[in-house]
Design a protein around this ligand. Structure first.
Ligand SMILES: [Zn+2]
Ligand SMILES: [Zn+2]
Length: 283
C-alpha cells in the first residue's frame, strides 16, 4: 500500500490527450490544466473532446484526477475588479471539472497584496462561499495548496489553511493539497524521515488528515525555509530521499494521488525516472 503515483500531464491538443501521456510514463493518477493556465478566458470545452476524455479515462484506467487552476486567479485580492475576474474564472474551473468528472481542483490560496493576511483569508473564504452558493450541484472538491510563502501569498502555514477552511460554510467542498517543495520552502522540516512524520502529525493536529486529498511530490532546488518555489527532481534536491521515503510508506497517506510536477524533460523521460525513484522508496 502506497500512494497512487501520478504526473502533471500536458493537455495540449485537448484535455483528452493527457491520459495517454500519463500512462506512457507509468502514472496511475493525473493532473491537468483544463485550459491555458496563463490566460483569463477560454473557449468552452468541445463536447466531442469531453466525450473522448471520458472514453480515454475508461480505457487508461486512470481514476483519480486533479485539475490545477490558472495561475492568474487570486480569490484573496483586495481589488474588486481582479476579485470579480478571479471568481468568474474559478467558477469556470469548477464547471469544467464537473463536465470532466474530475474529483479535485487544486488552487493556491491567493495573495493579500498588502491588505494583510487576516483580510486576505476572509476575502478568500468569502469568495469560495459565494462561488459554492452559485454552484449548488457541483461535486468538485476545491483543494487549497500549501505554498512556499513568497511575497504576500497565503497558505504558508497549516494555520492559515485551517483558518480559511474554518470560514468556509460547506466544509465538505474543501480539502488540501500538500506540496512537499512548497511546504519545505515555507519552513516545515522535511529533512529526515522522523521530521517528515512529525510534519504530517502537525498537519493532522492543525488541519486534520481527513482533509488531505492530493500530494504534490516535488524536491526543492531552494534551501529549507527559503520561501522560494523551485521544483527539483525527486531525491536530487534540498529535500532528498528521506522525506519521500517517509511519505510513500506512511499508511495514513496510502491511496492518495501523489503527483509529480517536476521538469518532464525530452519525451517526458524525466517523469519516468522520477516515478520509478518514488516507487523504489516503497518498502
Ligand atoms: Zn504544487
Ligand atoms: Zn511549486
Amino acid at each position: 500500500m502506497t500512494l497512487d503515483f501520478g504526473v502533471h500531464a500536458s493537455a495540449s491538443g485537448g484535455v483528452d490527450k493527457a491520459l495517454q501521456r500519463a500512462i506512457d510514463v507509468t502514472a496511475t493518477s493525473c493532473q491537468i490544466f483544463s485550459k491555458n493556465e496563463r490566460q483569463w478566458l477560454a473557449k468552452p470545452l468541445d463536447p466531442g473532446v469531453v466525450e473522448n476524455f471520458h472514453r480515454e479515462r475508461e480505457r487508461t484506467g486512470i481514476k483519480q484526477m486533479v485539475i490545477h487552476d490558472s495561475y492568474l486567479i487570486n480569490l484573496a485580492s483586495p481589488k474588486e475588479d481582479l476579485l470579480e475576474k478571479s471568481m468568474a474564472a474559478f467558477t469556470d474551473e469548477l464547471e469544467r471539472g464537473e463536465l470532466l468528472n474530475i474529483q479535485n481542483l487544486v488552487t493556491h490560496p491567493g495573495a493579500h497584496t498588502g491588505s494583510g493576511a487576516d483580510a486576505g483569508i476572509r476575502t478568500f473564504a468569502e469568495s469560495l462561499n459565494r462561488i459554492f452558493d452559485a454552484l449548488p450541484d457541483n461535486h468538485v472538491i476545491t483543494c487549497l495548496e500549501t505554498t512556499a510563502g513568497q511575497g504576500t501569498t497565503l497558505g504558508r502555514s497549516f494555520e492559515e489553511i485551517a483558518a480559511i477552511i474554518d470560514l468556509v460554510e460547506d466544509k465538505s467542498r474543501v480539502g488540501v493539497c500538500f506540496d512537499t517543495c512548497h511546504t519545505f520552502a515555507a519552513g516545515y522540516d522535511l529533512r529526515s524521515e522522523e521530521s517528515t512524520v512529525a510534519v504530517f502529525d502537525e498537519f493532522d493536529r492543525v488541519i486534520g488528515l481527513d482533509k488531505l486529498r492530493v500530494l504534490h511530490l516535488n524536491d526543492s532546488k531552494q534551501p529549507f525555509g527559503s520561501n522560494k518555489d523551485r521544483h527539483d527532481h525527486i531525491g536530487q534536491g534540498e529535500i532528498g530521499p528521506a522525506a519521500f521515503t517517509a511519505i510513500v510508506n506512511d499508511a495514513r497517506l496510502s491511496g492518495l494521488p501523489g503527483i509529480i510536477e517536476t521538469e518532464a524533460g525530452e519525451k517526458n523521460a524525466f517523469d519516468l525516472v522520477n516515478l520509478a525513484t518514488l516507487r523504489g522508496y516503497v518498502r
